[in-house]
Design a protein around this ligand. Structure first.
Ligand code: NDP
Length: 228
């Protein structure tokens, strides 16, 4: 499979690259600053030519266009993983500029990257688009409030995946919002209960099982359907 992964230099993105390479996929990895992505670059050597690292700032239109132009088709799986968690993100210390930036990266960018890669996704005949969302994007599950920018951005991302599920059906492209759980990364912190290896292994297994009847849905890394 040819797989595109954004935000691939650390955390969940880097582990996605590792596990996809291990199972034999070809990976196009996007990183904001490849020259500083030491762990990602170190994987290139042992990849037998299957790992290609590209500069990609998902919040920058020109960067996304250049990235898409450099990716050959077909693309069988696009994983929109790049994301930010703004802190503080509560009502009393709300920073609306930061909230808007969070929205751009977490919600708008996934749609922008997907749109830019549509020719390569269509060429695959049965491609999947997965955007890494969060339980915090669930309106139903919001039992304690706060996290305005993050929650709003992930809820919007979910809606984008829902619409893509409808719009891309005719092209045979399936779209999903996936929650990785609470994961021990820079974003998730050291208290998180789930290792990055376990989360990513779960996400890839779930992605392998999701089919046309699931398109536009929201699932966690153990395959459970999540409420909007
Ligand atoms: P990290 O903070 O460890 O990594 C975030 C990644 O996104 C980095 O590679 C970062 O690159 C990249 N990124 C941020 N902004 C941009 C941008 N503008 N362009 C390109 N890349 C960018 O987070 P995680 O690995 O934990 O998170 C990955 C995804 O999972 C995110 O979407 C996050 O919201 C989601 N998630 C994570 C949870 C967790 O518990 N960890 C829980 C729920 C969801 P750079 O190094 O350049 O900043």
């Amino acid at each position: 499979m040819n797989i595109v992964i954004t935000g691939a230099n650390r955390g969940i993105g880097l582990e996605l690259v590792r596990q996809c390479l291990t199972r034999g996929d070809t990976v196009h990895a996007g990183a904001r600053a490849p020259e500083h992505a030491a762990e990602l670059s170190a994987l290139v050597q042992g990849s037998g030519g299957r790992l290609h690292v590209h500069a990609l700032d998902v919040a920058n239109e020109a960067s996304v266009r250049a990235f898409a132009a450099a990716i050959p088709g077909p693309v069988h799986l696009l994983i929109n993983n790049a994301g930010v968690r703004s802190r503080p993100d509560g009502l009393s210390d709300l920073d609306t500029d930061d909230l808007t930036r969070t929205f751009q990266v977490n919600a708008v960018a996934a749609l922008r990257v997907t749109q830019a890669l549509l020719p390569q996704l269509r060429a695959a005949g049965g491609a999947k688009v997965a955007s890494i969302s969060s339980n915090l994007g669930s309106v139903t599950d919001n039992s304690w409030g706060g996290a305005y920018g993050y929650r709003m951005s992930k809820a919007a991302l979910n809606m984008a995946m829902r619409s893509l599920g409808h719009d891309l059906k005719q092209d045979g492209i399936l779209a999903f919002a996936l929650s990785p759980g609470w994961v021990r990364t820079d974003m998730g912190g050291s208290e998180a209960p789930t290792s990055v290896e376990m989360s990513v292994s779960g996400l890839l297994t779930v992605l392998g099982h999701l089919s046309a009847e699931d398109t536009g849905g929201f699932f966690d890394f153990e395959g459970k359907r999540l409420p909007w």
